[in-house]
Design a protein around this ligand. Sequence first.
Ligand SMILES: [Zn+2]
Length: 291
Amino acid sequence: MPELPEVETVCRGLDQAMTGRKIVSVDQNRPNLRFPFPKSFPERLAGRKIERITRRAKYVLVELDGDLTMLMHLGMSGRFEILGDKKSQKPGPTGPNGFGKHAHVIFHLDDGIKIVYTDPRRFGFMDLMKTEERDKHPNLKVLGIEPLGNELNADYIQQNFSNKQTSLKAILLNQKIIAGIGNIYACEALFRAGLSPIRKAASLALKSAKAKKHAEDLVVEIRSVLTDAIRAGGSSLRDFANVDGDLGYFQHTFQVYDQEGEACKRKSCDGVIERIVQNNRSTFFCPSCQK
Ligand SMILES: [Zn+2]
């Protein structure tokens, strides 16, 4: 499943290929993905200029001229391919449209580039909205702050974690408080901060110097773990100047995620990584150095 760093990488790749271009036409090859496409989806996009591509949590927002924004979510398996005019068809099994049978949407740009959206499991979705009403969209209006924005700081953590009897891990996954931190990066940030995932969220909101320090450490590590992953993803875009490219997934190395039974990677620690289940999600952590 693409996490925030993958979505950020997708945004940057699409931005390079699409911003400033005009959408000539759109092939929509099925009526729905996770949800039905908006009515007249291809017709409403055709002829519009792409002005800006941004990310909000795990949503890609494509801002077009004429007060229209397209929202895209990659679901579990969504990915984009960018095909130059010299390579109009991808090798491999092809469906009726000349692309793979899971190529559900193809955006044709005015420079001959094709942006192909492929999604075998079809948990992704696309929607359209007026740009000026973006903040009222049902998927966006419920979101908390961005983990990479300036709003995330120790004060925000202390204000929003106080009186929360839930665990620290669970609160990091609460999209209404901080939007876009998935299971993997919640585990990794807590490991880096040396904080236990089973500790009560409210313990970071106490009026002590220690609680404040924990909140500050958590902010620093959330940022650094996401920034490191985005940087790794950016290197996967290096070939992007050649236009043809497959966006969305890249290899990561994790310190605790999926490392059950492995030796803790913190130098001063001889602990072993454990897996527990919290809110139906796997949590990986080192019980020796995460307190
Ligand atoms: Zn450890």
